[in-house]
Design a protein around this ligand. Structure first.
Ligand code: GLA
Length: 730
């Protein structure tokens, strides 16, 4: 049993292989957080201290000035009983009064991992994964409010999940004003916080700050998880590194607005928290109704952020991503976007496919521009009928022509959007989100459909099904190319529920597609990686990592992404040089090695413009990727060097059983007659010998992991190498 309950002291302990999480209901019924750290036995209540602290209030019935929720570590901090730090929960009652008093009301233990109605969540079974669920209910007697705290545990992966269900068991409407999911209170410590910031075409750059007084916070008010801040955060010892130091993470399994923060308080205590943003949030819960706070995945590692990332990789790749493609090597694709943009015909795509077949590529993806009269990005979103004149037939006919060349066929869509210049908008202007009477805000000239409405979702679902049923489409790229600014839904009870209901609507639509087309590979996208989160990965096992395909920038983007997400989830393509966004030219070999670090490998350029020499190189890359793809999909991932601080960038995949390893190295900077560079692999089987598959040289694992391998031939900028090692016995 991973979850242990001491009935007498109401102490709840959740154990994973390497971590322990503990909380306790105190004498006054408040649920206090005691510990989350390295695996330990025993009771951690001794960490609590009590004394009179000025200006920290006491619940009236406690009548002891040494007791204040303003100081004690909380499991689910709420507004109303004296904790003046950042709360997770704020509610307003029917009189308009704020505040509640959440005290322990019961608990339940169940085998297996809980699921959430209408929301994505980690899945795991009792038998295969040893998963268990703990539910602790807190109640506010005055209003009839119940707050159920859900904890899931995947012991072998060192993963603990949290979610919250709010129920109104009273007899009048409650308005939930803030609903966050998870919090970790530390009674002391010197921490750093890592977060992942960016912008369109430069997502998930690593940022690291020392935690100090005042709050460090990240979030999104864009209706999507956003390019700007990823809903994933790490708290770690100030001196923690890849392979040393204590680290804690939170990842939000949600694709809309969020807020996460770390704050050191007046008593040098630190609170880390994550959940829904409360901006534009105000959710009415009528008697008998409930509201779910999306899941947060937490992990702890005692030995560095590298191990922490590996826990998250396993959890997301095998317990969030689902379906037919979860464990399968994905097709190598050629995408038409950077090859042709809007300027293509059915015939030109067939020519692209013919060349792709010659290069042994598996699939042609027809990107934007195939529907309505969409020859530029100002029109036709919402009109998901093929432009038969442009394609020279239906999508089905084009797919057949591509299939005849031996290639699969994939399609781009952006189902949540509508162009003002579209038949859909002309017929249903009220289906777009806008604020009546206020000038609308356009993004890429388009509006956002009201996905809270079942009739809107049904229309889009039917339009998509019509295309998917008519053609042999094996892949769908699901795009989302603007932020949501105008928040007004005509049927909404309270406009404060719209952004949350929007995300539920999106998930409903995706779920219906996943159910109807179980073998369809869906790749998420939002102007590249603007919605790269664990919520989307429940429906789309890979996401287009960034619109920026420059291999140097991609080193940074993929490095940052790897902190919270598995390589299997990253779409990465080789594109033309000079790069469309940065103007930089780097060797094709480097573009290949960087793109091969993702589970969704492919090409995004006009293959017909490649020289014969380049074609041979592409054929070699395709062949190499086929060989390494299982390791990229299932191996343990190590960051060996950082593109932010090191002269070279290196990463590694090691088979779970240590039998083989792949070490990729790219030299970013070269100094005159420089010092020799070395790459130092990790995670090999100690005491074993490894053979370099290319050179035949045999190395002791211990020496490789100690001194490493000199990079003697890598002397010019952007030189690169992919080492493939096999354990000698393997
Ligand atoms: C977004 C995507 C691109 C491409 C275009 C098409 O920007 O990220 O890959 O699909 O839309 O309009």
């Amino acid at each position: 049993m991973s979850i242990v309950v001491d009935e007498e002291t109401l102490t709840f302990t959740i154990n994973t292989c390497a971590s322990t999480y503990q909380m306790q209901v105190d004498n006054h019924g408040y649920l206090l957080h005691l510990y989350y750290g390295a695996h330990t036995d025993g009771y951690m209540g001794y960490v609590l201290t009590y004394c009179d602290r000025g200006f920290s209030g006491t619940p009236q019935d406690v009548a002891d000035r040494t007791y204040s929720l303003d100081v004690l570590p909380q499991e689910y901090p709420f507004q109303g009983m004296g904790d003046m730090r950042n709360p997770l929960f704020v509610v307003r009652d029917a009189q308009g009064a704020y505040g509640c008093d959440l005290r322990f009301n019961g608990y339940a233990l169940t085998p297996g991992k809980y699921g959430l109605k209408g929301l994505p969540a980690v899945y795991a079974s009792a038998d295969a994964d040893g998963a268990e669920t703990l539910s602790i209910t807190l109640a506010d007697e005055r209003t009839g409010l119940e707050v159920e705290l859900l904890y899931g545990v995947l012991p072998q992966l060192d993963i603990i999940t949290r979610a919250v269900v709010v129920r109104n068991t009273g007899d009048s409407r409650l308005i939930v004003k803030r609903l966050q999911t998870a919090c970790l209170d530390f009674v002391h410590g010197d921490f750093d916080v890592m977060s992942f910031f960016g912008r369109h075409a430069m997502e998930r750059c690593l940022d690291r700050h020392r935690v100090s007084h005042g709050a460090f916070s990240i979030g999104s008010r864009r209706g999507s998880s956003s390019h700007q801040y990823n809903p994933m955060m790490v708290l770690c010892d100030h001196d923690a590194a890849e392979d040393s130091g204590k680290c804690w993470s939170m990842s939000f399994v949600y694709s809309g607005g969020f807020h996460a923060s770390v704050e050191k308080d007046q008593f040098e205590q630190t609170r880390m928290q994550m959940g829904l943003t409360d901006e534009l949030f105000s959710y009415p819960v009528e008697p008998g109704e409930e509201l779910v706070a999306p899941e947060v995945i937490m992990s702890f590692a005692n030995d560095g952020v590298g191990h922490l990332s590996q826990n998250l990789h396993q959890c997301i790749a095998k317990h969030v991503c689902r379906g037919y493609w979860r464990d399968r090597v994905r097709p190598i694709l050629i995408n038409s976007w950077e090859a042709h943009y809007f300027d293509f015909t059915g015939d030109s795509l067939v020519e692209l496919a013919r060349k792709a077949a010659d290069l042994n590529i598996d699939m042609l993806v027809m990107d934007d521009g195939w529907f309505g009269k969409r020859d530029n990005d100002t029109c036709a979103l919402g009109d998901w009928q093929p432009n038969v004149a442009k394609l020279g037939g239906t999508v089905g006919e084009l797919a057949r022509r591509v299939n005849e060349l031996g290639l699969k066929f994939g399609l781009w869509v952006e189902p949540e959007m509508v162009s003002i210049d579209s038949d859909l908008y002309r017929a249903h202007p009220d289906w777009a989100l806008d604020v009546p009477g206020k000038p609308m805000v356009l993004g890429r000239d388009q509006l956002v459909l009201d996905m809270t409405r079942a009739d809107v979702r049904d229309n889009i679902f039917e339009q998509l099904c019509a295309v998917l049923d008519e053609a042999n489409i094996e892949y769908l790229k699901w795009d989302f190319n603007r932020s949501i600014v105008d928040v007004f839904s005509r049927p909404a009870r309270d406009q404060g529920q719209v952004l949350y209901d929007y995300v539920l609507g999106l998930y409903d639509l995706l779920e219906r597609l996943c159910q109807r087309y179980p073998k369809l590979l869906i790749e998420g996208c939002a102007g590249g990686g603007g919605r790269f989160d664990a919520g989307m990965l429940y429906y789309t096992p890979q996401i287009w990592t960034s619109d920026n395909t420059d291999a140097v920038n991609r080193l940074a983007i993929q490095y940052g992404t790897s902190f919270g997400y598995p390589a299997s989830a990253m779409g990465a393509h080789v594109s033309a040089c000079p790069n469309e966004i940065t103007g930089r030219t780097v060797p094709l070999s480097m573009r290949g090695i960087v793109a091969m670090a993702g589970g969704g490998f492919g090409y995004e350029l006009d293959l017909l413009k490649l020289t014969d020499e380049e074609c041979d190189e592409v054929r070699a890359q395709v062949a190499e990727y086929r060989e390494i793809a299982p390791l990229v999909l299932n191996g343990k991932y190590y960051r060996l060097a950082s593109p932010f601080t090191d002269a070279l960038c290196a990463w590694e995949f090691v088979a779970q059983d240590g039998s083989e390893a792949l070490v990729a190295v790219v030299l970013c900077e070269v100094d005159g007659y420089g010092v020799s560079s070395y790459v130092v692999p990790r995670g090999l089987t100690p005491d074993a010998m490894y053979r370099d598959v290319e050179s035949g040289a045999v190395y002791p694992a211990n020496a490789l992991m100690d001194t490493g391998l000199p990079l003697a031939t890598m002397t010019s900028p952007f030189s690169n190498h992919l080492f493939r090692f096999k354990r000698v016995d393997a």
